[in-house]
Ligand binder design. Structure first.
Ligand code: SF4
Length: 324
């Protein structure tokens, strides 16, 4: 499959009054056509920041310190806002975390989807907009007779479908979904997961699913990138990450979600909190919380090394392929 997105050595910093927050450092990954990649990690690990950057949507105090974002071979990292507008929503779109609660309560759903459509097609005629809204409603499994309803007449799950429809309004090739099932009950979560899976197949879309919940990833993704404190610590196929995880942090994360394959056990939380990225610890960023840390971990940062078949992990206790 063709690479659609290539993130190369990306570092994203934020200037705040106390100094510079190194939110994401030296992150690299590829996304292939029709592929779904999960970005997992605790909140604050840089997964949403990475996604916002691929949309050119960093807040004013955030910036790309170094690295590249290739979309279909073109580096978007140096884009001006005008240049980003050509790609944002048209090529890469995002369903933001909690956005379903941010629908305008006094505007009909059809009006809000129409806005998303006309934003990038200002010359489209009103009849075509209506046709497109109905198409999008069908695509996300909503009843087209309800396009003129107001948000409060829709359930949480239906509103999330509206958000997905809005993200698809300009037929993007890449869809990023940030915690797409948060705040929905378990039955509805399963329906949204089914929808995401069916859209990917129907539209041959590439997807990035951001979540702290590994059970969602295991049902929607082909590969997983595990992030900790602004870095990717392990990346590989869903099977490799869940059944054969190598990095101590990934193992802890999986232990925190023991119900992936149905069995419910006590959820083990990971002791400690992620480091302050204003002043990240030297060496391995996980060393303050890692029960397996050795002396070396305090001073030398481990590099990602290959374990074959696209499985990489960064930990001093691990030895990669012989050629590393
Ligand atoms: Fe733990 Fe050291 Fe491996 Fe980091 S490098 S995960 S601190 S053992």
């Amino acid at each position: 499959n063709k690479k659609i997105l290539e993130i190369k050595d990306l570092s994203i910093f934020f200037d705040i009054s106390l100094g510079t927050v190194k939110a994401v450092e030296n992150v690299s990954f590829d996304l292939y056509e029709g592929e779904s990649l999960g970005l997992v990690g605790e909140s604050g690990c840089g997964k949403t920041t990475t996604a916002l950057t691929t949309m050119g949507m960093l807040p004013d105090n955030g910036y790309i310190h170094s690295g590249e974002i290739h979309y279909e071979g073109k580096n978007l990292a140096p884009n001006t806002e005008e240049e980003w507008q050509l790609y944002r929503w048209n090529d890469i779109a995002m369903v933001f975390q909690g956005a379903m609660n941010a629908l305008n309560p006094v505007k009909k759903i059809s009006f809000q989807i129409a806005e998303a459509i006309t934003l990038h097609n200002p010359n489209i005629n009103p009849n075509d907009v209506k046709v497109k809204i109905k198409e999008l409603f069908k695509l996300v499994g909503l009843d087209t007779s309800r396009i003129d309803n107001y948000p409060h007449e829709f359930s949480g799950g239906m509103r999330q479908r509206v958000m997905i429809a809005m993200a698809l309004a300009c037929d993007p090739k890449v869809l990023i979904a940030d915690e797409p099932t948060t705040a929905l009950d378990v039955m509805v979560q399963a329906q949204i997961i089914d929808l995401i899976n069916s859209l990917r197949i129907k539209l041959n879309m590439s997807m990035i699913i951001i979540t702290h919940d590994l059970s969602i990833i295991s049902e929607t993704c082909d590969r997983i990138a595990v992030m900790y404190a602004g870095k990717i610590v392990e990346i590989g196929s869903v099977r490799d990450i869940i059944k054969n995880s190598l990095h101590p942090y990934t193992k802890k994360l999986i232990a925190a979600f023991p119900n992936i394959y149905g069995e419910r056990k006590m959820i083990e939380s990971i002791p400690g909190t992620p480091p302050n990225l204003l002043d990240p610890p030297k060496g391995c960023r996980f060393h303050l919380r890692c029960s397996e840390a050795i002396e070396l971990c305090k001073s030398i940062e481990p590099k990602l090394v290959s374990f074959g078949d696209g499985h990489f992990a960064a930990c001093h206790l691990l030895r990669g392929d012989a050629n590393e």
